[in-house]
Design a binder for this molecule. Structure first.
Ligand SMILES: [Zn+2]
Length: 179
């Protein structure tokens, strides 16, 4: 492990070790039950200084964004988003008093995307982010999954489509979903 990788591992561990799982024991991509007896793949994110200047948020540390069940496991991040550091990791889940917690003791980093890499950020509906307390909606990967998961007749899908339409730099795999 080189110095940068070591630093990254430490920063992520410091931020999310012992955190409760975002959706207790459901996959954050497809919502099916998550097997927490084996290591779980997790998307984590951090706002860049550019994002912090422009967005009404001040989070400086890594955020556990989305747990992936076996069906939703991926090999690499994509489409990635500028303004965000993103990482794909694998961690254990331990239970404390019936509450599932992220355990970074044996953390493995599978892929990393720095904030200067990827597509320009989506023009997110801030109301939706606040309502759902879901910073992951600033990521193209999560916008794409949300468009796939919600029926086009739903309010949420329409709001997301509007956000995509107002964005300057839309990944092809996202624009295909709304055309
Ligand atoms: Zn899943």
């Amino acid at each position: 492990m080189d110095g940068t990788q070591q630093e990254l591992t430490e920063a992520i561990t410091q931020a999310i070790h012992g955190e409760e799982l975002a959706s207790t024991t459901a996959c954050d991509i497809c919502a099916q039950p998550l097997d927490i007896n084996t290591p779980v793949q997790y998307d984590v994110m951090r706002f860049s200084s550019e994002a912090k200047r422009r967005l009404p948020f001040s989070s400086h540390s890594w955020i556990a964004d989305a747990a992936r069940c076996d069906d939703c496991t991926i090999q690499a991040l994509g489409p990635t988003t500028q303004w965000l550091d993103e990482a794909l990791i694998k961690v254990n889940v331990t239970e404390s008093g019936g509450i599932p917690l992220i355990d970074c003791t044996d953390i493995r980093i599978i892929d990393v995307s720095p904030s200067n890499d990827g597509y320009g950020p989506p023009m997110v509906d801030l109301g939706m982010v606040y309502r759902r307390s879901d910073f992951g909606l600033f990521r193209w990967m999560r916008v794409r999954e949300a468009l796939r998961r919600n029926p086009p007749s739903s309010f949420e899908w329409c709001v997301l489509r509007e956000c995509v339409n107002q964005s300057d730099d839309v990944p092809p795999s996202v624009s295909r979903l709304i055309s």
